[in-house]
Design a binder for this molecule. Structure first.
Ligand SMILES: *[C@@H]1O[C@H](CO)[C@@H](O)[C@H](O)[C@H]1NC(C)=O
Ligand SMILES: *[C@@H]1O[C@H](CO)[C@@H](O)[C@H](O)[C@H]1NC(C)=O
Ligand SMILES: *[C@@H]1O[C@H](CO)[C@@H](O)[C@H](O)[C@H]1NC(C)=O
Ligand SMILES: *[C@@H]1O[C@H](CO)[C@@H](O)[C@H](O)[C@H]1NC(C)=O
Ligand SMILES: *[C@@H]1O[C@H](CO)[C@@H](O)[C@H](O)[C@H]1NC(C)=O
Ligand SMILES: *[C@@H]1O[C@H](CO)[C@@H](O)[C@H](O)[C@H]1NC(C)=O
Ligand SMILES: *[C@@H]1O[C@H](CO)[C@@H](O)[C@H](O)[C@H]1NC(C)=O
Length: 837
């Protein structure tokens, strides 16, 4: 054992570069605590798994970052994770610009430090300061870094009402009081303090400082909030998850190693017997890390003989998920989000070798995207967050968890200043903690399971350009959750939908088109909202938006765009008594006629159906009254009809020749590539504007496979059902009007468009062709053979690609007639005359 100290020295030497492992706020992160704008979490994007994935994708796509999953997961932790940062009220109230009143003093820091220096060391540079913007950097830091902010906020009286924000789907059964409130057993407490009456002394030369002793007290130690904030948490449909633990599990599993326990021990003395020689770094990075903290802290501070595992909590908003409030202020070492992050991190870590074996170029963002998906999962449907409860017992036994935790607790004990010393009974405390974890995870964590997930989720994904024309007379508190719910549901993201925020007053751009959830949230803040021009002016805004849409059509034409995305314009209106004169109607009609693939929808706070019905394509389904409130509750219900309408708008298939002019022009043969996940379906719509007249050409759509992939594609078409399916039991079914064909591994399926409008006298009365392409493949455990979709355009490696080819599409538009503009001139004249009278 003579070589051990030498190893230790070497390890400490290399650890000095890690800013985030030091006992001060890392320089790169300090602006998150110094800049008042960044310090206020209400200015940062909500912390959700999709925002986390979006930021990770940005880092992966950054040309200066060239790292694989293994390297990136490690570097993310070393750059952005710093656990345990707490606020410390300076003793004199005069704040000095030389001192940041924050430092990593919460207990979580000590384990974090071991994690970065010994368990998941990094021999690469941390990411450059400008890899992501400051807003996203701070957001990422807060998603990854576990700490508890126990400052009294003033809203504690409403903490017991937080459960209203818990979505019904994840409702948990009532718990008994004894599970939530630690009951101090006076005898145990007494014996613990008796036996261990001495405080540890710390050598001032030690590099572990413990500033709460002697120095200023942390807020936690003065007066605590009854529902402290837990940081380092992201929201998912399957419960809040501590993302730092999740990424640590992945990083540890991607480079599995046994770490000698003496490398983790301070001063190389170990105070416990029968400790195993090495730990597998995956354990302390996830489950054992939190278990050991709970054992040491509860064992010394409360003299508990039963270690309490699990503390529930809730966000204080369903959509603006920025503040996670714990229901309890004691026993916060292993809270519910940490348990979830630990299990998910452990399971994915354990699976890394086989996952990378099956798909070696898997990206971190892809892994997370697959695991936190309602269907399919990480190359195996068992590897899904909804399956968490089954995963824990099948990936770890209590025995191995106990011996790994015991060893790590013994090591952590030598690193962490405690308020007492455990002289005996450590093994029993560890056993209690592990037993309680197993019971708690099985009985108390009632997150949405996979069966419910299937019934609550769709088997299709959207690819929608959503334009929202926003009336700023909505309060931000009421409208932000509604917008957020929509863009989360339509999956704004690199491989999905986009969002553009416009003004309902003049149609000007408030937030540019983006595929990035994180960027949208970073821009659409309360501050930005109050700068939006006030009021609604349909005449100005519809005209401006029409011109913009026509410009977009011209741009798409020059880019040879054949389709793949749908477009929806949604007015979100709060002002009452809108005026719709004939000029407004004319603008709506022009939009209707010249941008045939755009759906115009209106959602207003009071019923304005009688005014708005003349402006839309389908007055029965395109106008909504929505009831939003200041507290942001009930958003999913309020927005459900709007969301369903957006979901029914099919992806466009267009003739790129038409542009905005819709002058005569045939497409010839053109195509685009799209992809569908196993078991999913994509819906398309082809407007009559492209096949109105049958002029003796062989106009058709042809679908063929583009690359490998399991199973067949089922292609259905309909003129009446926007979402045609081959399953006659499925909803919305009109079997008589739906025709389906099967496309195997080769060949193609053709749909002829000849004489499609023979029975209709106008373009606008002739219905579109609705098309669906469904994969009948099923991903099962062990069925993933190899990645069939690996280039940059593939969201998932099992995506099945196909080609949509159009032949001889034409261009006809309702606006190409003279009457349209003639009526418009008359109308304008009328209003000019009327105004001057
Ligand atoms: C990182 O960038 C921010 C913003 O550009 C700057 O304020 C900060 O000083 C930089 N931090 C370091 C450590 O360079
Ligand atoms: C949630 O609580 C935080 C902290 O008190 C507060 O700043 C924020 O405004 C609250 N958010 C909502 C939506 O109520
Ligand atoms: C269509 O959506 C994809 C993302 O799914 C995006 O990459 C592409 O740019 C979009 N196309 C157009 C023309 O907007
Ligand atoms: C939108 O993007 C363009 C070009 O990138 C930029 O010039 C413009 O300022 C942006 N507009 C807004 C409102 O951000
Ligand atoms: C169309 O393309 C031009 C030139 O690239 C660009 O300036 C304009 O902003 C684009 N318009 C839209 C609506 O995207
Ligand atoms: C728009 O077109 C539809 C047919 O597609 C028609 O029923 C509707 O009346 C038109 N709306 C307007 C405002 O022109
Ligand atoms: C049809 O749909 C029902 C319910 O959605 C499902 O149970 C059944 O398996 C489906 N059948 C086929 C052939 O896909």
């Amino acid at each position: 054992m003579f070589w051990l100290p030498i190893l230790l020295v070497a390890a400490i030497g290399s650890a000095h570069g890690q800013q985030t492992a030091q006992t001060r706020v890392a320089d790169e992160l300090s602006e998150c605590y110094r800049d008042p704008n960044l310090l206020n979490r209400n200015n940062l994007p909500p912390v959700t798994m999709q925002v986390l994935i979006d930021i990770i994708r940005k880092i992966e796509d950054n040309p200066n970052v060239n790292m694989d999953l293994r390297q990136l997961s490690t570097v993310l932790l070393h750059t952005y994770r710093q656990d345990g940062i707490e606020f410390h009220q300076p003793e004199n109230t005069i704040t000095s610009s030389n001192v940041l009143p924050f430092a990593p003093t919460f207990h979580a820091f000590h384990r974090h430090r071991l994690l970065l220096t010994r368990l998941i060391p990094n021999n690469l540079q941390v990411l450059a300061n400008d890899t992501v913007s400051s807003v996203l950097k701070c957001t990422l830091h807060h998603m990854l870094s576990t700490t508890v902010d126990a400052r009294v906020r003033g809203d504690e009286s409403s903490c017991n009402m937080l459960s209203q924000y818990r979505s019904l789907r994840t409702a948990r059964s009532a718990r008994s009081i004894s599970e939530d409130v630690e009951i101090l057993k006076p005898a145990a407490l007494k014996s613990a303090t008796r036996r261990n009456g001495h405080m540890r002394h710390f050598d001032p030369n030690n590099d572990v400082e413990f500033s709460s002793f002697g120095g200023s007290l942390s807020e936690r130690q003065v007066v605590g909030s009854t529902c402290p904030l837990l940081d380092g948490v992201v929201n998912t449909p399957w419960g809040a998850v501590s993302a730092g633990h999740l990424i640590a599990g992945i990083a540890a599993g991607a480079q599995p190693q046994q770490v000698n326990i003496f490398e983790l021990v301070r001063d190389s003395t170990l105070n416990y017997r029968n400790v195993q020689q090495t730990v597998n770094s995956l354990f302390p990075a996830t489950l054992s890390g939190d278990l050991a903290e709970a054992v040491l802290i509860q064992g010394t501070e409360r003299g508990s003989t039963s270690i309490s595992i699990g503390t529930a909590g809730n966000w204080n908003s369903t959509q603006a998920t920025r503040h996670f409030m714990l229901q309890n202020r004691v026993n916060v070492e292993m809270t519910d989000p940490e348990i979830r992050g630990d299990i998910d991190g452990f399971v994915l870590g354990r699976s890394m070798t086989s996952l990378l074996g099956a798909f070696s170029s898997m990206k971190l963002s892809q892994l997370l995207d697959m695991y936190y998906s309602p269907r399919n999962g990480a190359l195996d449907p068992n590897l899904r967050a909804c399956n968490r409860r089954q995963l824990l017992p099948s990936y770890v036994t209590s025995e191995s968890l106990i011996s790994e935790t015991y060893a790590f607790a013994a090591a952590l004990d030598t690193n962490m200043p405690l308020r007492g010393t455990i002289v005996d009974g450590m093994e029993q405390l560890v056993t209690s903690a592990v037993t309680n974890l197993m019971t708690y995870a099985t009985n108390n964590m009632n997150d949405m399971n996979c069966a419910t997930t299937l019934t609550q989720s769709n088997d299709f994904r959207l690819n929608t350009h959503l334009y929202i024309a926003l009336d700023s007379s909505w309060s931000y508190a009421a409208v932000f959750p509604a917008i957020s719910h929509l863009i989360d549901s339509i999956e704004v993201g690199k491989f999905g939908s986009s969002i553009t925020l416009l003004s309902a007053f003049d149609g000007s751009i408030i937030i540019n088109t983006t595929h990035s959830l994180a960027d949208f949230y970073a821009e659409y803040t309360q501050n930005r909202h109050v700068q939006i021009p006030n009021g609604v002016n349909l005449e100005t805004s519809l005209n401006a938006i029409r011109l913009r849409m026509q410009d977009t059509l011209r741009n798409e034409s020059s880019a040879n765009y054949v389709g793949g995305n749908s477009t929806v314009l949604l007015y979100l209106i709060n002002s009452g008594n809108l005026q719709v004169n004939s000029a407004v109607q004319e603008h709506a009609r022009l939009l209707n006629d010249t941008v045939p693939d755009l759906r115009l929808l209106f959602a207003s706070s009071n019923n304005q159906y009688d005014t708005l019905w003349t402006l839309v394509r389908d007055m029965y389904s395109d106008i909504f009254t929505i009831n939003l409130n200041q507290a942001g509750t009930n958003v999913a219900n309020a927005m459900q009809p709007v969301l369903q309408r957006i979901q029914r708008v099919g992806r466009r298939i267009v003739n790129p020749i038409c542009g905005a002019a819709f002058a005569e022009g045939t497409s010839g043969t053109r195509q685009f590539i799209d992809a569908v996940e196993p078991g999913y379906v994509n819906f398309y719509a082809l407007s009559a504007n492209y096949f109105y007249v049958s002029d003796n050409v062989n106009r058709k759509v042809r679908i063929s496979r583009s690359g490998a992939g399991a199973g067949s594609l089922i292609i259905c078409s309909s003129r009446t059902n926007p979402q045609p399916r081959d399953n006659s039991t499925a909803s919305n079914q009109d079997t008589a009007a739906t025709a389906c064909q099967t496309l195997g591994a080769s060949g193609n399926v053709e749909i002829s468009l000849v004489d499609y409008c023979a029975d209709y006298s106008t373009i606008s009365s002739c219905p579109p062709l609705y098309l669906s392409i469904r994969s009948d493949a099923e991903l099962t455990a062990g069925s993933f053979a190899s990645a069939v979709c690996t280039d940059a355009s593939c969201r998932f490696p099992y995506n099945i690609r196909y080609q949509v080819q159009v032949e001889e599409l034409g261009c006809w538009s309702g606006a190409s007639s003279v009457t349209a503009s003639f009526i418009f001139i008359l109308a304008s004249l009328y209003f000019t005359l009327k105004g001057s009278l």
